[in-house]
Write a protein that binds this ligand. Structure first.
Ligand SMILES: Cc1ncc(C[n+]2csc(CCOP(=O)(O)OP(=O)(O)O)c2C)c(N)n1
Ligand SMILES: [Mg+2]
Length: 333
């Protein structure tokens, strides 16, 4: 699907400001990982209705991109979008409550994992339709351009959306109208239960070029590479609106959905996943740069506390009343 191959650059000593940046990235990536591990357990306990798709192994992408976004920038996220939502700044308690379909959820329990949204932070919504967020982000980028306020839109999408017509239409319109839309492909090599190269014969780099859209590849094992690439791309987009494609190579650690037994997946693929874990990679980088493991352990124990509090409060919250089923669905009622 791509000409590019992942790189594995050995970690180097860090400056003070790099250490600060990477500790912050570690905190956010670990937060997403621990939240999703908790969701996995809650799902197994039957506390979460519907399907959930975990982004474990892919945390570096939204964390690296979101560092350069404000609440006025908009994102449209995917069915595997918990990390994308949390990295944009979604509060944990209403997030967990939404996953559980509770009245205190950020969408009052109407959205759940695949339709969660929070316009107050520019998060336009998850989408159960593969590629569905692409046109939402493209439309939002058009609004940003008309507003003239230098805000940008981000369309997160998976490699499984590459064969969807909507992707080609959105690239075309974004290029024609010079829209500030950043297309971020989380390329995990899978579309449901099939390898993407069995579903898509094209090449993302060449496709972007065909539409005159700039393209960059980064290896998502390294959050530093994602954050560096996003920073320069987003700065340039704010100066002069234009679309951009950022392809990030990542691994999907869990099944397509929680509970997927993954019988279609080679043992050797599963056995080597840890070597491509962006959190382990970052942790080793920090330790080799002289950061005390106790600092990272302290971050983890604070996160565990924060998550348990949010889960307890979400679990204790009420379910929506049946009589309110038709309310809160449309914006104006
Ligand atoms: C339009 C549409 N076609 C098919 C599906 C069924 N489906 C759900 S997820 C998925 C694969 C998505 O792959 P990708 O976009 O790479 O995301 P990933 O699950 O790998 O994160 C498919 C085909 C769907 N939800 N929507
Ligand atoms: Mg995929």
């Amino acid at each position: 699907m791509s000409d590019e191959t992942p790189t594995s650059v050995p970690p180097e000593p860090l400056t003070f400001s790099e250490s600060e940046l990477f500790i912050d990235c570690y905190r956010l990536m670990k937060r997403i990982r621990m939240v999703e591990e908790r969701l996995s357990a809650l799902f197994a306990d039957g506390a979460i209705p519907g399907f959930i798709h975990l982004s474990i192994g892919q945390e570096s992408v939204p964390v690296g991109v979101s560092r350069h976004l404000t609440n006025s920038d908009t994102i449209a996220i995917t069915h595997r979008g918990h990390g994308q939502a949390l990295a944009k700044g979604m509060d944990l308690t209403p997030f967990f409550a939404e996953m559980m379909g509770k009245q205190d959820g950020i969408c009052k329990g109407r959205g759940g994992s695949m339709h969660i949204a929070d316009s107050s932070i520019g998060m336009l919504g998850a989408n159960g339709i593969v590629g569905g967020g692409l046109s939402i982000a493209t439309g939002s980028a058009l609004a940003h351009k008309l507003d003239g306020a230098n805000h940008i839109a981000v369309a997160y999408f998976g490699d499984g959306a590459l064969a969807e017509g909507i992707f080609h239409e959105c690239l075309n319109l974004s290029a024609l109208w010079s829209l500030p839309c950043l297309f971020v492909c989380e390329n995990n090599g899978w579309g449901e239960f099939s390898k993407t190269d069995q579903q898509f014969r094209g090449n993302l780099k060449k496709l972007a070029k065909a539409f005159g859209v700039s393209y960059q590849f980064v290896d998502g094992i390294d959050v530093g590479a994602v954050t560096d690439a996003s920073e320069s791309i987003i700065l340039a987009m704010r100066k002069k609106p234009h679309p951009y494609v950022l392809e990030c190579k990542v691994e999907r650690f869990h099944g397509h959905f929680e509970g997927d037994p993954q019988k279609y997946r080679e043992e050797s693929d599963l056995a080597t996943l840890e070597e491509r874990d962006p959190i382990i990679y970052l942790r080793e980088k920090l330790i080799r740069a002289g950061i005390a493991p106790a600092i990272l352990e302290d971050i983890e124990s604070r996160l565990a506390q924060e998550i348990e509090q949010a889960v307890a409060s979400a679990l204790a919250g009420p379910n929506p009343e049946f009589t309110t089923a038709k309310s809160e669905v449309y914006a104006h009622e």
